[in-house]
Design a binder for this molecule. Structure first.
Ligand code: NDP
Length: 313
């Protein structure tokens, strides 16, 4: 078994890298495991214009590379590898990498993010960043005065549609049922927007377009006597059918809500296990922004430092 670490971070999005910057500057000599998608969800978007400090905008990849470089500059050790198991029964916590190597750590920062759900259409991957997005706040700006569709009927879909209604010329919400699942207040808001139309009982079957998204094919009232094929020209297709927090590895040990988001002591990144902290989307069903994830990574690292001071007193 390798030497015990003071601080181990799992995840390489803005939360993980920011935690690594702060932890390395506090001399915790953090080790960060990047996982399968170094850079996290942001590497699947193109331009990023809402991260403070980049008045000209940047790209998701560049932003993540910059954060990574900054963490390395202060001595964070960044390792590639998937964490395949954790044992949080007692400190030091045992983290298994790729099923064989076990690393022990006094503090753990979980920044494994969340994965947006997709419908599973082949075109979603083909047009990713070229008309397909799972984040209106990130990409909505590119659809000013254009026509967009949001798929989903929950609060996220309504929130995305409301945001887009302030930018796009027209917003369709594609809902598979005959009603919205979203809270009443969100429904009222969305239905009162003149440029938003809700297409109830519509299922997405295909995205069309040569270089990027140019249209969507839908089936209205599938399986009913009046089933109809509907095609709408659109420039952007936004997924809002939920996110899956990447918390499965930890759910045996940490309290999660019914969706799987890791629960924290309110207003802090502390979990129900001392020395184990969370940052970013794995614990955030509400904001899901790069900047909020980065902020919570900073909080988690500061908490880890303070925790180590108290236990090693
Ligand atoms: P939800 O699970 O609440 O809603 C997902 C929506 O996507 C449902 O309408 C569902 O349809 C639809 N959907 C799922 N799979 C498919 C599919 N394959 N094809 C078509 N439609 C599909 O997720 P949200 O992300 O909206 O919300 C998650 C949680 O976060 C909720 O508790 C929500 O209240 C909360 N939230 C709160 C916000 C706020 O308070 N401002 C903002 C955003 C989220 P169906 O209804 O048919 O199952």
């Amino acid at each position: 078994m390798s030497k015990k670490k003071k601080c181990l971070i799992i995840g390489s999005g803005p939360a993980g890298y920011t935690a690594a910057i702060y932890a390395s500057r506090a001399n915790l000599k953090p080790v960060l495991y990047e996982g399968m998608q170094p850079g996290g969800q942001l590497t699947t978007t193109t331009d990023v214009e809402n991260f403070p400090g980049y008045p000209e905008g940047t790209t998701g990849n560049k932003l993540m590379n910059d954060l990574r470089k900054q963490a390395k500059k202060f001595g964070a050790e960044i390792r590639y590898g998937m964490v395949t198991a954790v044992d949080l029964s007692k400190s030091p916590y045992k983290i298994t990498i790729e099923g064989n190597e076990v690393v022990q750590t006094e503090t753990l920062i979980i920044a494994t993010g969340a994965t947006a759900k997709y419908l599973g259409l082949p075109e979603e991957q083909r047009y990713l960043g070229q008309g397909v997005s799972a984040c209106a706040t990130c990409d909505g700006f590119f659809y000013r005065e254009k026509i967009v569709a949001v798929v989903g009927g929950g609060d996220s879909a309504c929130e995305e549609a409301l945001y887009l209604s302030g930018l796009a010329a027209k917003v369709y919400i594609i809902v598979r049922k005959d009603h919205l699942r979203a809270s009443k207040i969100m429904q009222t808001r969305v239905l009162s927007k003149a440029n938003v139309s809700v297409l109830f009982e519509h299922e997405t079957v295909r995205l069309t377009g040569d270089k990027g998204v140019e249209g969507v094919d839908l089936i209205k009232r599938r399986g009913k006597a009046d089933e109809t094929n509907v095609s709408i020209p659109i420039d952007g297709f936004f997924l809002a059918i939920g996110h899956t927090p990447n918390s499965t590895l930890f759910s045996q040990w940490l309290e999660t809500d019914e969706v799987g988001y890791i629960k924290t002591v309110p207003g802090t990144p502390r979990t129900n296990i001392p020395g184990v902290f969370v940052a970013g989307d794995v614990a955030d069903p509400h904001y899901k922004q790069a900047i909020t994830a980065a902020g919570s990574g900073c909080q988690a690292a500061i908490e880890a430092e303070r925790y180590l001071l108290t236990v090693n007193d």
